[in-house]
Design a protein around this ligand. Structure first.
Ligand SMILES: Nc1nc2c(ncn2[C@@H]2O[C@H](COP(=O)(O)OP(=O)(O)OP(=O)(O)O)[C@@H](O)[C@H]2O)c(=O)[nH]1
Length: 278
């Protein structure tokens, strides 16, 4: 049986990926996808000191490969990740991307993590607390372009203004998913919790984990008092994101899972504030 964990024996094995390629085709991204890994993220918490949220991320890691190299060194992606153990947090992600470039001797490195995040939410009337989950994504690039994009998928409720207007009673309402992707200015901080709270206000009403009957009455009436088309939702998201100077660039969209159709309603806005001269 071949022992590949002995460094002397490993050096004697052929290293096919280090041989050349003659097709003169460079590769933009090569690496590993769907790596599941524990991460811990700093949260605003309460009082002194840091609190951490522990979750599991699904990670994609890529580098660029020049035309003359046959293959990348797949094992090194996981080696880089393993060096960080439980200290994998938002502060170290840029470091990890730089480390991928160095260890794989590549021009560009890309790190992409998606993970469930959890916030404590109190029901609107009874104040009962529960954990609400939603998806967060960090996309980091290092090399030709240095980049950090944070994406949140915010669940909420939308209620149709047209339906409310034309119906003698009732109005169709549904879950919507508002997606926000942001680039943050250098040297400032935006908590996931802050961005989530900003965005969920843009829907007809929020969703909660625990709702007792007085809470359910409240959310039902609140949505009815605050009807919104998908266009209203994205416009309100844009107004909110425009007003926060920490956000340099954003894309926002909402998908409303219509309860009267078997298809969804969708609207999208992008704004790069860095392009504005005045
Ligand atoms: N490049 C490449 N490697 C692959 C692929 N599928 C599996 N591998 C394997 O990934 C393994 C690890 O590759 P390397 O990181 O180059 O391993 P290594 O040569 O022992 O490690 P280093 O000495 O650090 O380069 C090898 O056994 C490859 O055969 C693929 O599609 N592309």
């Amino acid at each position: 049986m071949i022992q590949t964990n002995n460094s002397e024996e490993t050096t004697q094995l052929p290293d096919i990926q280090s041989t050349g390629d003659v097709r003169k085709v460079a590769i933009n991204k090569v690496g590993v996808t769907n790596v599941r890994y524990p991460i811990s993220l700093r949260t605003p918490g309460e009082g002194e000191g840091n609190t951490f949220l522990h979750t599991v991320a699904t990670i994609n890691m890529f580098v660029s490969l020049p035309h003359h190299e046959k293959g990348t060194h797949m094992s090194r992606f996981l080696e880089v990740l393993n060096e960080y153990h439980e200290e994998l947090c938002s502060d170290t992600l840029v470091e990890i991307c730089a480390s991928m470039r160095e260890k794989l001797k590549s021009q560009d490195a890309f790190l992409d993590l998606t993970f469930p995040y959890f916030i404590d939410k109190k029901a609107p009337v009874t104040g009962q607390s529960g954990k609400l989950d939603f998806d967060v994504r960090f996309e980091i690039a290092a090399g030709t372009i240095d980049d950090f994009i944070m994406t949140l998928k915010v669940p909420a409720t939308s209620l149709c203004p047209c339906s409310k207007e034309i119906s003698e009673y009732g109005a169709h309402n549904q879950r919507c998913e508002m997606t926000v992707k942001v680039r943050i200015a250098d040297g400032v901080h935006l908590w996931i919790e802050e961005l989530f709270a900003m965005i969920e206000k843009c829907a007809s009403t929020q969703v909660f984990s625990v709702l007792k009957r007085p809470d359910e009455k409240w959310v039902t009436e609140r949505a009815y008092e605050n009807p919104k088309f998908v266009e209203d939702i994205v416009r309100d998201m844009a107004v909110t994101l425009n007003a926060d100077d920490r956000i340099e660039w954003y894309q926002c969209f909402s998908e409303n899972f219509e309860s009267i159709h078997n298809h969804n309603a969708y609207a999208f806005i992008e704004n790069d504030k860095r392009e504005k001269t005045d």
